[in-house]
Ligand binder design. Sequence first.
Ligand code: MRU
Length: 348
Amino acid sequence: VTKLSNKLLLTIEWKNNYLVLIDQTKLPTKLTYVRCRSYKDVADAIRKLVVRGAPAIGVAAAFGLALAAINSKTNNLKIFSKELSNAYATIRSTRPTAVNLQWALDRIMQKIMNLKDIPHIKKVILREALLMAKEDIETNKSMGINGANLFSDGDTIMTHCNAGSLATVAYGTALGVIRAVKESGKKISVIATETRPVMQGSRLTAFELQHENIDVSLIPDTAVGHIMRSGIVKHVIVGADRILSTGHVFNKIGTYQLAVLAKTHNIPFYVVAPASTFDLKNKPKDIVIEERSKDEVIRIGKKIVAPPNIGVINPAFDMTPPKLITKIITEKGIVSPPYTKSIKKIMG
Ligand code: MRU
């Protein structure tokens, strides 16, 4: 890991006619990259968690549509549109919970809705995807600036999963705020939960913060309550995959537990997410929580740690109700309860 830490972490990068992604399934031991030359490669990368984290899968999905357009050989608009809708459907079907995926695909489709000239449409799609990648970094930096004032010198902050550079194009959402706190000259320490079963906390957050020289200690998920009771945790900060108009937050499985425990111990619980993570249409019961393979639970790496024929329940996300959330930090500002009112005001 020390040897890797000189390299710049750019999760998603467009290189003329293909997409380069950090292969997050190989971290923290290997910093390697995957090339996606078609929309199917992108869909595969999202499905296999080569690229993950709500904003990152949104931007990757946009480049997936760009690849579908660029690779098309037809000059018949009807066939071209059909090819794009197939790509849209394939990419859309990869993961159901993070709304950024749908948001990004829809933003591209809307942009080209009334266009008729295929070469021009190809240019517009790529331009929009590149713009989304650029905006993602700017948005993260704005959230960092907005959130940094909530923290003081010497604070210890707990985070869950990975809402950092690796979950975005760069800089991060929750970890972006942590970066901004550090950049403002305050000394802070981070406690990262390991985030079973896919270990985004230990494999990605611990790696990323160490890479940035931010003080970080890793804890087992099971130690959260004990450590909160000890009094060292001053704040909890997490990202989000989808936030409803009521302030219900869908995020990595275990977030709800952290929020309940934070409430019990009077620790402020903050969620950091861009406007693209807000879903103002749906209700909690409409949201599909992704169920992932039982393999993630019965194995740690290659080692089997449970009877292989055991029944497993493996939800990848959970829902935290608004009453447990102290503030939501966005690029447009910070919202506080009552969320139905404050979210409507800020998101329009
Ligand atoms: O399954 P993952 O790794 O894609 O889940 C990621 C999370 O739950 C993150 O906390 C969330 O996407 C916010 S990322 C800025």
